[in-house]
Design a binder for this molecule. Structure first.
Ligand SMILES: *[C@@H]1O[C@H](CO)[C@@H](O)[C@H](O)[C@H]1NC(C)=O
Ligand SMILES: [Ca+2]
Length: 136
């Protein structure tokens, strides 16, 4: 029972929590695809201001991968924009480990197609709120 509660909390807080940002390369320096020069701290979320609501594809992949960064998650292209999660987060060779300095700065967001408008089946839209972040 206690284990279930703790697990549920971790899933709810995935990637928004600073502890999760520190588990991915450049997790506190992910560019905001909607606003040039800004940082998107809630890396796992569609709405950067509503951290516990709708998760983006990178958050789901991170959870599926046991909440850990490794070559499997690094080589995936969770948001489908043609760049791997590692390429977007500055770990193009998938060698980063927790606490290490990434090879490069983050160049894109791993859970939100960027540049905006470059993906065929784009459903997320900038400026969305809460649980209404995906157009079907
Ligand atoms: C990454 O971690 C996941 C979850 O533990 C595991 O299933 C997968 O095999 C790992 N990938 C590599 C390349 O070690
Ligand atoms: Ca990508």
């Amino acid at each position: 029972m206690n284990t279930l509660i703790i697990f549920s909390f971790f899933v709810a807080a995935a990637v928004a929590h600073p502890a999760f940002q520190l588990r991915i390369p450049n997790g506190q320096q992910v560019p905001d695809p909607c606003n040039d020069g800004q940082i998107w701290l809630a890396v796992g979320h569609y709405d950067p201001d509503h951290h516990t609501l709708q998760k983006n594809p990178f958050a789901l992949a991170f959870r599926t991968n046991g909440l850990q960064w490794n070559a499997t998650l690094c080589q995936q292209d969770s948001d489908g924009d043609g760049k791997t999660n590692g390429e977007e987060l500055g770990d193009p060779n998938c060698i980063w480990t927790v606490g290490a300095t990434p090879e490069q700065a983050a160049s894109g967001h791993p859970g939100l197609c960027n540049p905006r408008g470059s993906c065929a089946d784009e459903t997320f839209y900038c400026g969305c709120h809460g649980n209404n972040c995906i157009h079907k």
